[in-house]
Design a protein around this ligand. Structure first.
Ligand code: SF4
Length: 450
């Protein structure tokens, strides 16, 4: 946990620290700490970028409500995963949505110099779940709420706080508990201490503690969804929501199809922040028309059309890699496009005193994605690891009307293999997802040719 509430949670960073008996890293700027004077032009551009983000209409939801502003929208479209992705909506979203979380919010919180301040500090005043939390964020809220069928915001806040205190990733924790609950539903798993029933508060809170302390069933779940399912038995594998061993973040791949492909291809396992392909879901025509040819935009912007989702994912992965490399929050870049690649390129040009273009940056992003892929290839990963759990490719998802009175349509991934093939083709990777020598030469990475 950094800065009191932000967690470097995913990918097992905490487990690595734990294995080294490393409890914390403290950084304190001392008096007289060396500072490098920044060029005046860079400072002016940074000020302009600050104002551009502050005044951009696409950041309003994050600023006014935080990431939980997504709950209502996603519940409407079928993109609010529930009961381990057996459902994409809950009939009680108004018990956990942004308006409800606002009642617990004491203040907003932002990272250094951020004009959005998407963080929320919440407090449960009294009762068994009393206490403070920086959060919950949308991802934690869905993982510990709808995924486990928990509809009490105070329980979700408490579960989130427990995860933070115990050093657990909220997404992985919620997903692995949902796995246990579905295995119980299917007659594959029982526990002497907890009911494992959907919505059982004692199960969720108790298992969080047991996972952290590796006790009883918690010891099995602490290994993550993939290994836990292997231990439960062969039938459990289909209920383990992971890619490359990392538990799925809180998008529904049959509805948010670009996210689904991005989860599958992400080099670090399923992670919404690896590609963050939002352009279609956010109907962001301005961004689409800047980066894609006009003839593909109608299909690309249709969330249900799979044809050009690979194009969207490839571009978004590059922009995310650039954002990460520069330390720029993706809520200002690939999430909202309050900042475009040329904005970042202008700033970098002023800082370095030489021209850097948006194309240079996006190519740097492509090089990063390829280098990460080469690392994975060296570890033996290939096309078989760029897969989604079979639930998403084999089971349709019923989507209900806004008031849940009637089904409106069935969401499904029609041809995932076709999306994956186009993704590899656009990347210049072979049919096994391995960068070709020509691609590595083009990216000046030829010394890494395998
Ligand atoms: S930098 Fe990003 S994560 Fe931090 S407060 Fe601003 S928008 Fe939120």
């Amino acid at each position: 946990i950094g800065d009191g509430g932000r967690a470097a949670a995913r990918c097992g960073g905490g487990a690595v620290m734990g294995s080294k008996n490393l409890k914390a890293i403290v950084v304190r700027a001392g008096r007289g700490a060396a500072t490098t004077p920044l060029p005046a032009e860079f400072r002016a551009l940074a000020r302009r970028a600050f104002e551009q983000v502050r005044d951009h209409p696409n950041v309003a939801g994050l600023r006014d409500w935080g990431t939980v502003s997504l709950v209502a929208i996603k519940n409407q479209s079928g993109d609010l995963p529930a009961r381990n992705h057996q459902l994409g909506q809950v009939p009680w979203a108004d018990r956990i949505d942004a308006a409800v979380i606002a009642r617990y919010t004491r203040k907003t919180k932002g990272c250094f110099a951020c004009p959005i301040r998407c963080g929320r500090v919440t407090r449960v005043e009294s009762g068994p779940h009393a206490g403070d939390l920086e959060g919950p964020e949308y991802e934690s809220l869905d993982a510990l709420g709808p995924m486990c069928w928990i509809d009490d915001p105070e329980v979700i806040i408490h579960a989130n706080r427990l995860c933070n205190d115990l050093g657990l990733d909220t997404i992985s924790t919620g997903v692995v508990i949902a796995l246990a609950m579905e295995c119980h539903q299917r007659g594959l798993l029982d526990d002497p201490d907890f009911s494992l029933e959907w919505g059982d508060v004692d199960t969720v809170l108790g298992l969080i503690e047991r996972i952290a302390h590796r006790q009883a069933l918690g010891n099995l779940l602490a290994d993550g969804a993939r290994r836990a399912a292997e231990a439960i038995g062969p039938e459990a594998a289909r209920y383990a929501m992971h890619v490359k061993g990392m538990e799925l973040p809180r998008q529904e791949p049959r509805v948010a199809k670009g996210f689904g492909l991005g989860h599958a291809t992400s080099n670090r396992g399923a992670d919404h922040l690896y590609a963050l392909p939002t352009i279609d879901l956010a109907s962001n025509l301005e961004a689409a028309s800047r980066f894609f040819p006009p003839e593909i935009i109608p299909a690309l912007m249709d969330p249900d059309d799979e044809t050009y989702k690979p194009d969207l994912v490839v571009f978004s992965e590059h922009y995310c890699a650039v954002s990460d490399a520069l330390g720029v929050c993706k809520f200002t870049t690939a999430e909202t496009y309050a900042l475009f690649p040329d904005d970042l390129a202008r700033g970098l040009s002023a800082l370095w005193g030489r021209e850097v273009t948006a194309e240079d940056l996006l190519t740097a992003g492509e090089r990063i994605v390829n280098l990460e892929r080469l690392y994975n290839v060296r570890l033996g990963l290939s096309r078989t690891d760029d897969r989604l759990p079979t639930r998403f490719t084999g089971e349709p998802l019923d989507v209900q009307s806004f008031d849940h009175s009637e089904p409106t349509h069935v969401a499904r991934l029609r041809d995932f293999d076709r999306m994956l093939a186009r993704y590899y083709q656009l990347r210049g990777w072979d049919e096994n997802g391995i960068p070709t020598p020509e691609t590595l030469q083009r990216l000046e990475l030829d010394k890494w040719i395998l």
